[in-house]
Write a protein of this length. Structure first.
Length: 347
């Protein structure tokens, strides 16, 4: 079991919130620690957005709580009704992620009203201190490196995809092992989507860096789409390959084509990582290889319409995967050439 940076930063944010709370003389530094736990996020942008939304919702919640206590008191039923109202208000403002901490603010402020306004203000200060501590820790301590994480996850996912693609036709893996790895692949693709979103939503202020990052996002999107097209090919083979009787020549050709595409995909990632020799290129399949699959189908006019349709679905998935890999190859080449040109200009 590994401990991630976010786990460590959550613990550190709690410690900092407690320390700062004691330093500034808060009566309830524990509330600052609770606020820090709710505020820590997987990216700096999300942390900043969370702080803004939390400040807005918590100040509003505190104001509602103070007004409710002043008008109708702080009986348990009143506190419950105010919490319901605050939840509906947060949903209306589209700040659902802040509901938990806002309710903590409402409850502690309403409970503290019986002890005076000073205590209520201390509770609100504690929450603000906790949010500020969490944001500072997330920015200063090991800020998230979504670019490195994304590329690493792409490489791991491609290796798993390649293993499944190479065995989906030959059917060499045990059924339970295959299903476990297929589930793992789905989970990895879902995580990659999350990593891409985290990287895409980070804000860059310099215009030049913004343009460079935009081009990089296009390449990363191409990587993600290539993996998704590969997974679509797995599903197409599973759904249709074993339901029809296909010619041996076609079986051999599609098995060979999938093998070539897996190698092409792997070499593209080598090229992106700078692992290939100077002048070497990724081994793209012949342009007419996928088309030959369709031609072999056309030669068997005696096949049932349903069987031909199933084979065409598989062929289409192969072609789609190949086209996305070729597009990714071009995107990588454009990026690497531009990057190399900028390096030479700098010299």
């Amino acid at each position: 079991m590994t401990i991630g940076a976010r786990v460590l930063k959550t613990g550190l944010a709690v410690a900092v919130a407690l320390w700062v709370g004691s330093l500034v003389g808060l009566d309830s530094p524990l509330i600052a620690a609770i606020a820090a736990i709710f505020t820590i996020q997987p990216s700096i942008y999300r942390s900043w957005k969370q702080v803004l939304e939390q400040v807005q919702s918590n100040v509003l919640g505190a104001a509602i709580a103070i007004g409710a206590v002043s008008l109708i008191g702080n009986a348990p039923i009143v506190v419950g009704l105010v919490c319901v109202g605050v939840i509906l208000l947060c949903i209306r403002l589209k700040t659902e992620d802040t509901i938990a901490l806002t309710l903590v603010t409402v409850v502690v402020v309403m409970e503290a009203q019986g002890q005076g306004w000073t205590v209520a203000w201390d509770r609100l200060q504690a929450i603000l201190v906790g949010m500020a501590s969490a944001f500072a820790v997330n920015v200063i301590i090991a800020p998230p490196r979504h670019r490195n994480r994304f590329v690493k996850q792409v490489e791991e996912t491609q290796a798993l995809l390649s293993r499944l693609l190479r065995t989906v036709v030959s059917n060499e893996l045990k059924e339970n092992v295959y299903r476990e790895e297929q589930l793992l692949l789905r989970n990895k693709l879902r995580k990659l989507d999350e990593f891409y979103d985290l990287f895409a939503e980070e804000r860059v202020w310099r215009k030049g860096a913004r343009l460079e990052r935009g081009r990089l996002l296009v390449v990363y999107k191409g990587m993600l789409l290539a993996l998704e097209r590969g997974y679509t090919l797995i599903e197409a083979v599973e759904s249709h390959y074993w339901q029809v009787s296909t010619p041996k020549a076609w079986n051999h050709l599609i098995d060979r084509q999938i093998e070539v595409l897996c190698g092409y995909h792997e070499q593209l990632l080598w090229k992106w990582d700078g692992k290939m020799k100077p002048g070497a290129t990724a081994a793209a399949p012949p342009p007419d290889a996928s088309a030959l699959l369709t031609e072999l189908i056309g030669e068997r006019q005696s096949e049932e319409v349903t069987s031909r349709a199933r084979i065409l679905v598989i062929t289409s998935a192969v072609y789609s995967y190949e086209e996305q890999l070729r597009r990714l190859d071009k995107l990588m080449e454009q990026w690497l050439q531009r990057d190399q040109g900028e390096g030479e200009d700098a010299l």
